[in-house]
Design a protein around this ligand. Structure first.
Ligand SMILES: Cc1cc2nc3c(=O)[nH]c(=O)nc-3n(C[C@H](O)[C@H](O)[C@H](O)COP(=O)(O)O)c2cc1C
Length: 442
């Protein structure tokens, strides 16, 4: 984490806030303002009520995400697919056991930054914590994110997304009448953050993926109060257990879809130890912001890309999930009439949760720019013949009113036999113009 922050600073990608900032709304407001104007990361050095410096917006840039895995700007999907294949084939151990860091300090939960993000949130939340937990049956460990609401020094309330691996572990533990031990990791190195965002098969270990990205086993130490190993570079670790058969009020909270999830009966996390490295940095993620969504968009797009390529479909160039990861756009090199429709049908099978609207475009379209994608749809053929509505396909797991049911597929490609009519016009020389040579400043 420190190494990454130093790199961002050296590359002019880190803004520093020295002025005192209130963790009640003000920190989120400054973060949002920075994100509205650009993609730089931020470091808050003086946050009321805590000694921890807070960093945010570390992953809110597509360029930086590509750099983290040494991919070209339009090559995240391809490079990520190669990393996943290497991980599947890896025979080396994902972790190397080390002693707990000598600078580890034990403390109380309330010493950490308690950040309230949105107007109607029930209280402060930890939004960047990835949970380390083990499958009670197979004992394969997992990493995944679950927002956690601060209650007091002994208790957090967590909302487990039912499609996530940890929810399945919790259910299995509960069936045996057991609590599920877990460790919340706040402030992890980038490869661990990326691995935690990714959904891989239940039987796989996400630290194996982190080890592939890092190119070496992840140094990990044994927690004191739970039977789990955690990466040694983690800035802050909260150990504890999810109680079986116990639900208490959690929420409301301003969620990634842009609305509040109402108060609900959710799980209780009983804390047994809180510790941090000396000089620890706390990571804050504004839920639903570019930082939260860019990584999910990138890994969701890569999943669809891998699915299409593995299905043997030709001409798949790239996939994006901008502007929200419920939307998928696929760039193809059209090979035959009807190619785009075949791609659409296959793409829906890549993962039922998120690709509600799917577009297929030609290779000249910028798939991260929805205006371009819509322009292609509106100018390259009939709108009525190039849209397919799939009725009554279930939405994602939290959808009591079926608001997220149904899918729409849009073929926004040009007719394959009339490509010469769709050559994009261009103005020669525009890229070489420097306006300062032409316009006098007052
Ligand atoms: C910063 C961040 C925060 C997230 N918070 C939540 C959350 O609070 N609840 C949730 O259900 N999913 C959340 N997610 C999504 C999933 O936890 C994440 O995609 C994870 O990979 C699921 O892992 P699994 O497939 O191993 O269960 C978050 C993702 C990110 C990147």
């Amino acid at each position: 984490m420190h190494k990454y922050i130093n790199q961002l600073a050296a590359n002019d990608q880190l803004l520093i806030v020295d002025r005192e900032v209130d963790p009640l709304y003000e920190l989120a407001a400054v973060t949002k303002k920075v994100q509205d104007q650009g993609d730089q990361a931020i470091r808050f050095n003086n946050v009321k009520g805590t000694n921890f410096p807070i960093v945010s917006n570390l992953y809110g840039s597509r360029r930086r995400l590509c750099d983290l895995i040494s991919a070209p700007i339009d090559g995240f999907c391809n490079t990520w697919t190669e990393i996943l294949s290497k991980t599947d084939a890896s025979t080396t151990a994902p972790t190397q056991k080390v002693k707990p860091p000598v600078d580890l300090v034990a403390g109380k939960l309330s010493e950490l930054p308690l950040i309230t993000y949105h107007e109607k949130d029930a209280g402060p939340d930890f939004t960047s914590a990835s949970f380390r937990a083990k499958d009670p049956d197979s004992v394969v460990p997992n990493l995944s994110f679950h927002r956690s609401m601060y209650v007091n020094d002994q208790e957090l309330r967590i909302r487990l997304g039912s499609s996530h691996d940890m929810a399945k572990y919790q259910k299995r533990a509960e069936e045996k009448g057991q609590a599920l031990e877990a460790a919340l990791l706040i402030g992890v190195s980038p490869e661990i953050f990326l691995a935690a965002c990714t959904s891989i098969p239940l039987a796989s270990n996400e630290l194996q993926l982190a080890a592939t990205i890092a190119g070496k086993a992840i140094d990990s130490y044994q927690c004191e109060t739970v039977d789990l190993e955690v990466p040694a570079t983690t800035q802050i670790v909260i150990e504890g257990r999810i109680l079986p058969n116990e639900l208490r009020k959690e929420g409301p909270f301003g969620e990634f879809l842009g609305y509040y999830v109402p108060e609900g009966d959710n799980h209780v996390f009983e804390i047994s130890k809180v510790s941090w490295r000396k000089d620890a940095l706390f990571h804050s993620v504004l839920c639903g912001s570019a930082e939260d969504l860019s990584v999910l968009e990138a890994v969701t797009a890569a999943r669809t890309y891998k699915h299409l390529v593995s299905a043997g479909l030709p001409g798949i160039i790239d996939v994006s999930c901008s502007p929200a990861f419920m939307n998928t756009t696929i760039k193809i090199d059209q090979q035959f009439e009807g190619h785009a429709r075949q791609v659409l049908m296959t793409a829906f099978g890549a993962g039922m949760d998120y690709n509600r609207a799917c577009f297929v475009v030609d290779e000249d379209i910028d798939i991260t720019n929805m205006n371009e994608v819509m322009w292609a749809y509106l100018t390259r053929g009939r709108v009525d013949k190039r849209a397919m509505i799939l009725d009554d396909i279930p939405g994602f797991y939290r959808d009591p009113h079926k608001d997220y049911w149904g899918r729409i597929g849009i073929d926004a490609t040009m007719p394959i036999d009339r490509k010469d009519e769709f050559i994009r016009k261009s103005v020669p020389g525009v890229d070489d113009i420097d306006l300062q040579d032409y316009i006098k400043s007052k």
